[in-house]
Design a protein around this ligand. Structure first.
Ligand code: IMP
Length: 429
């Protein structure tokens, strides 16, 4: 029996959804441990596309249980909407296959209002957040004023907390950010009404995972965002407010590190980023446009065009270290088909010296020049390949270079969006 953690090694949007979907068939429980509805994965239900932001995609598989860990910040309105949409599409969502941790923090209307007003006030210095209130909610968690799922079940605690918080938030919204204040009663009524619907889902998720492990079940921990959006290890301050690294699965789900057996890092065959922040291998030319269009690189949550660039293996090597990656999955390899030459960044040059990990200072990072190795591209369609030997030599050389530089074995290669467009080298379970 083993458990697997799947994490993004870049700035999110690595195509984790497809790998998680594949691995779900081998898991009994699928657990999210950080982030919130800033993430998004596209699900195809009865031929119709649905985007889920909170509920793990495992919900589409019969007999799998999906858990929302304590490390998430949950917008209850979004969660209820997702449950409703899936049920309308004929997917049975109930407390039998979905749990919400009683310790997860709730996104409140003032978190969203602050997120939006603050970004507006920052103008060209904005982070480019998803505007979902993620950062302000995590701030309250760290500031010990947050409202947790369990508080929904205690009407007096809920009322008291909303009242206290709102006084402070309205002061900040109006006096500092120049935004509109929010009214107390509608918020209280709305959250009280949602309590009734959410109550059956609110549980001790850590205990549920422990019981599952004791009865021989396998767990898949599903990371959101990516390592370089990590609040500690990412391109701070252009990061999200949680820890998308694998170790966060412990704190964010309530399990010990001995329960994490395999850590699979998802590497998109090139690099993308949404929102602001440094991006050393960014392509601001026709090649960047080609990748953006061919890879349909638009954010699943905000619909923003993703910035595109060459594969940056210095970043991925940093991710290997931060996460303890035991295997890599390469996604969207087919998008690179047709390019004459491919570049892979293998390190940076800073003030005339070669460096092999990203400097913490953004000023230093701005001075870094990517060191590239150039490889020949391939033209043959690779989307029908199901074995590594069926790939053109140039494609195999590209993959070999990734393995050589990262020193981590490859496990899954995705050559197209469909489930079957996959080369399984070794199963991370
Ligand atoms: P926040 O998480 O909404 O606070 O946004 C902070 C930064 O993280 C912004 O640059 C967002 O675009 C980025 N971000 C948040 N979630 C995702 C994601 O799931 N994929 C890619 N970028 C994300």
């Amino acid at each position: 029996m083993s458990n697997v953690v799947v994490v993004g090694t870049q700035w999110g949007d690595e195509g984790k959804g497809k790998v998680v979907d594949l691995l779900t068939s081998r898991a009994d429980l699928v657990v999210r441990f950080q982030g919130g509805n800033n993430a998004g994965h596209t699900l195809v239900v009865n031929g119709k596309q649905t985007i889920c932001h909170l509920i793990p995609s495992g919900i589409l598989h019969d007999g799998k249980k999906c858990l929302i860990g304590n490390g998430l910040v949950v917008d209850p309105e979004v969660l209820l909407e997702e449950i409703d949409t899936l049920i309308k599409e004929g997917i049975p969502v109930s407390p039998n296959n979905l749990s919400l941790s009683e310790k997860a923090h709730l996104i409140m209307p003032y978190h969203k209002a602050i997120d939006l007003a603050r970004e507006e006030a920052k103008g060209k210095h904005k982070i480019g957040t998803t505007g979902r209130g993620i950062g302000p909610c995590y701030e309250d968690k760290a500031g010990r004023t947050g409202i947790r799922a369990i508080d929904l079940l205690e009407p007096d605690t809920l009322e008291e907390k909303i009242e206290q918080n709102l006084k402070e938030k309205n002061f900040y919204l109006t006096k500092f950010l120049g935004a509109q204040p929010l009214e107390f009663q509608p918020i209280l009524d709305h959250y009280r009404a949602m309590e009734e619907l959410l109550r059956p889902y609110i549980r001790d998720v850590s205990l549920e995972i422990d019981q599952a492990i004791r009865s021989g079940k396998q767990i898949l921990f599903e990371g959101a965002q990516g390592t370089h959006l990590d609040i500690d290890h990412g391109t701070y301050p252009f990061v999200t407010s949680s820890n998308p690294v694998s170790g966060a699965a412990c704190a964010g789900a309530g399990v010990g590190p001995d329960k994490l057996h395999h850590i699979n890092g998802i590497v998109k065959a090139y690099t993308t980023r949404v929102g602001s922040g440094p991006f050393p291998t960014e392509l601001l030319d026709k090649t960047g446009d080609y990748i953006q269009e061919k890879g349909a690189e638009f954010g699943a949550t905000t619909g923003r065009r993703r910035r595109c660039g060459w594969l940056d293996l210095l970043m991925v090597r940093d991710s290997v270290r931060f996460n303890g990656l035991t295997s890599l999955s390469i996604t969207k390899l087919d998008v690179l088909t047709g390019l004459e030459k491919l570049k892979i960044c293998v390190g940076y040059e800073l003030q005339g010296k070669r460096i092999d990990s990203r400097p913490a200072s953004l000023k230093m990072l701005a001075q870094c020049i990517p060191v590239y190795e150039e490889l020949p591209g391939w033209h043959d369609d690779i989307s029908d390949a199901r074995e590594i030997d069926r790939l053109p030599r140039e494609t195999r050389d590209y993959l070999k270079k990734i393995e050589e530089i990262t020193e981590v074995p490859l496990s899954i290669i995705s050559v197209g969006p469909m489930r079957e467009q996959t080369i399984m080298i070794r199963d991370p379970f």
